[in-house]
Design a protein around this ligand. Structure first.
Ligand code: S3P
Length: 174
């Protein structure tokens, strides 16, 4: 099944690899990828961390809401990687086929810690500053991701290449 806009929307927890997957997928499908956080940062001319610090989370969520409307109306044939909380916008499924990249909290933290620039990657995410709270958020969000997803891909221990292959296989089944 294709959505009207023929977009693919990648959802999942912070650090699970939505951006990496979007880049690999767009290369493989010979299309373009957009990242929601990048679009918000450039439109505000501020980093996500600064937006949280100076305006608060509610303000950021409002920016996500407005971006969702923009994507629904204006974007087609694109791979869209979202921020971890973008799943809560209204009408997510109207934007495109929603794919949840699923991994345990422990595997996500391990992935971040082992990646290049790991400190920077942790520091740029305000909601990862307290790992106890972040773990609770992962637990709450998991249910929401599963509910909103058209396709669920388990990504733990998999390379971007394997993940892309699995996504394409699942899309072809629909
Ligand atoms: C958030 C995830 C972040 C970013 C912001 C809030 C969240 O994006 O949008 O820090 O609420 O889970 P990533 O999922 O790309 O880290």
């Amino acid at each position: 099944m294709k959505t009207k806009n023929n977009n693919i929307v990648l959802i999942g927890f912070m650090g699970v690899g939505k951006g990496t997957t979007a880049r690999a997928l767009s290369k493989s499908l010979k299309t373009v990828n957009l990242d929601c956080d990048d679009l918000i940062e450039s439109s505000q001319n501020m980093k996500i961390k600064e937006i949280f610090e100076q305006h608060g989370e509610k303000y950021f969520r409002n920016l996500e809401k407005n971006l969702a409307k923009f994507l629904t109306t204006n974007v087609k044939n694109t791979i869209i990687s979202t921020g971890g909380g973008f799943v809560n916008v209204k009408g997510l499924n109207k934007i495109g086929t929603v794919i949840y990249l699923k991994a345990s909290f422990e595997a996500i933290i391990e992935r971040l810690k082992n990646s290049a620039n790991s400190e920077k990657k942790m520091a740029k995410r305000p909601l990862l500053s307290n790992l106890t709270k972040a773990k609770e958020l992962h637990k709450t969000r998991e249910k929401i991701y599963e509910k909103k997803a058209d396709i669920i891909i388990e990504v733990e221990q998999k390379t971007p290449k394997q993940i892309v292959k699995e996504i394409i296989k699942n899309l072809q089944k629909r």
